[in-house]
Design a protein around this ligand. Structure first.
Ligand SMILES: [Fe+2]
Length: 275
């Protein structure tokens, strides 16, 4: 893969996204949200890839994945007016369909195309699936981390500013009812990701986002998480209860250990698939 390829991909992305621009302000905000998110995930994934010591051509593959990981979001929103996959379509699969139908990755060697398509397809899977090629799993883990790091930024920007002018679909349309699900707290105590299907309200979504900490793979991701204070900031948006404080302590302890841990003890730890 070459610089020329990534330039062409950036042009394709910009043109494709522009075709979904809308005169309806609400819709345009949601499209812009995902356009900016895709470009920021490119930056974060480049950073993570660089810190892993990848060669320049491999960093370009990582950037391609960042650029295209949410390409399915645009037709998803156009057709269903939501970013909630359970109410519409799996946007990872839809992204693969678009890239394949339009042969966007055509100029790349087959192996690179496969790496990008697997990363797009599974970036939003509940857990990392078993894939035959270790390189596919590596790039998938990279985009899953970069994606979460930017979603935390967006979500906190939305809730901390209490700015209703921000794209409505950030909150997945969940109700702002009091309390939270005990099932979600139980997952956090067990160091498991909370399934999106468990969500009953916005507090559950905040707990889900906290549980993503257990799905991070790279020490630089834990460092970025800590630098941005995402755990404390998410907890500050939840009810101040004993069990939430306990969850915060568990997560903070986990992050400080994982920042220093060897790769085998992080995302590749026992009990996780896809190694
Ligand atoms: Fe996504």
């Amino acid at each position: 893969m070459t610089e020329r390829d990534i330039e062409n991909f950036r042009t394709f992305f910009a043109d494709y996204v522009r075709s979904f621009y809308s005169h309806v302000p609400e819709d345009q905000k949601n499209i812009t949200l995902k356009e900016e998110h895709s470009l920021l995930v490119c930056r974060i994934i480049r950073l993570l890839a660089g810190e892993q010591g990848l060669a320049p051509d491999k960093i370009l593959i990582a950037e391609t994945i960042g650029l295209f990981h949410d390409i399915g979001r645009f037709p998803q929103y156009a057709r269903y007016r939501t970013f909630r996959d359970s109410l519409s379509v799996n946007h990872g699969n839809l992204g693969v369909e678009i890239l394949t139908e339009k042969n966007v990755l055509g100029p790349l060697p087959g192996q690179e195309q496969r790496i990008v398509l697997n990363a797009v397809r599974f970036h939003n899977a509940f857990s990392v699936p078993h894939l035959p090629d270790a390189e596919d799993v590596f790039f998938l883990r990279l985009v899953r981390d970069a994606d979460k790091l930017d979603i935390w930024r967006i979500f906190l920007g939305f809730f901390e500013s209490k700015n209703n002018d921000i794209a409505s679909a950030v909150g997945l349309g969940l109700p702002e009812t009091p309390g939270y699900s005990q099932e979600a707290v139980a997952c956090l105590r067990d160091r498991k990701s909370v399934a999106l299907s468990l969500l009953k309200n916005m507090n559950d979504f905040k707990l889900t986002q906290l549980s993503w900490v257990y799905d991070l793979n790279f020490s630089s991701s834990f460092a970025l998480l800590a630098e941005n204070d995402f755990i404390r900031r998410l907890v500050a948006l939840l009810p101040d209860t004993e069990e939430i404080r306990e969850v915060e302590a568990l997560l903070s302890d986990y992050v400080s250990r994982m920042r220093k841990a060897a790769p085998a003890e992080r995302g590749y730890a026992a009990g996780r698939q896809g190694t």
